[in-house]
Design a binder for this molecule. Structure first.
Ligand code: PGA
Length: 231
């Protein structure tokens, strides 16, 4: 079940998304949050950092699980998602670093999913969408039943992400990602779509029959998906 809200610009979308996270943390300070990386959540993370600095919200009792992480990059590599999360959010908040998790070696085949379950399951999962309809690094063709696994990135995803790297050849070819079934276990999902180049992917995910050809279409089978859209 999708609830869709359109915003006239990305800033308004960020404010509304920050309100969703703030409300989640106020209602349940020990929330388990599923987090995403990329350009889309940067404004949201800046607002959450500011709110935390002003004492309006606290991550002290929260626990986080990121969607994905490149394989083969050290956690100190500026292109790793671990670095991104510390840089954009964690180091500006009161979160306990021991309660922040990114999938890595050994987390495939159910191990990361078991850690999430042991933490009580994800209360609120943040998602972006790729131009090819991927969520996390679940590229087209990924089975809906997939749990956390090592994924081979498509050439289009590597090309899209090469803007963060010195060259396309530096972009890793593999990543460990929550699977589609892992994502679907979250109690609530907030999908952020910023930019017209993402609209076609969302239209396919929303309008066509659910199919692994469009990984985000699995969300039609979830009962609580909030979608925020801006150009
Ligand atoms: P972006 O990536 O936020 O950098 O556009 C989203 C995604 O590919 O899932």
């Amino acid at each position: 079940m999708f609830s869709i809200t359109c915003f006239s610009n990305g800033k308004e979308l960020d404010i509304a998304a920050a309100d969703v996270f703030s409300e989640q943390l106020r209602q349940k300070p020990s929330s388990v949050l599923g987090l995403a990386t990329g350009s889309t959540p940067e404004g949201l993370y800046a607002l959450l950092s500011e709110k935390c600095a002003r004492g309006e919200i606290s991550f002290r009792d929260a626990e986080t699980f990121n969607l994905d992480e490149y394989a083969g990059l050290s956690p100190d590599d500026p292109n790793s998602y671990g670095f991104y999360m510390r840089d954009k959010l964690f180091s500006h908040t009161d979160i306990n670093p021991n309660k922040t998790h990114l999938p890595g070696k050994g987390d495939e085949n159910g191990a990361y999913d078991a850690k999430i379950a042991a933490a009580g399951g994800i209360d609120l999962q943040l998602l972006g969408i790729g131009r090819n309809g991927h969520i996390g690094f679940n590229e087209p063709g990924t089975p809906f039943e997939s749990t956390t696994h090592m994924a081979e990135l498509t050439e289009s995803t590597r090309a899209a992400n090469s803007r963060f790297f010195a060259s396309l050849s530096d972009v890793p070819e593999y990543a460990v990602t929550m699977g589609l079934s892992t994502i679907m276990q979250a109690k609530k999902i907030l999908l952020l779509i910023k930019g017209q180049e993402k609209f076609r992917a969302f239209a396919a995910a929303y309008l066509d029959a659910p199919s692994p050809c469009v990984p985000a279409s699995v969300l039609q089978l979830h009962n609580d998906v909030e979608v925020f859209i801006s150009s």
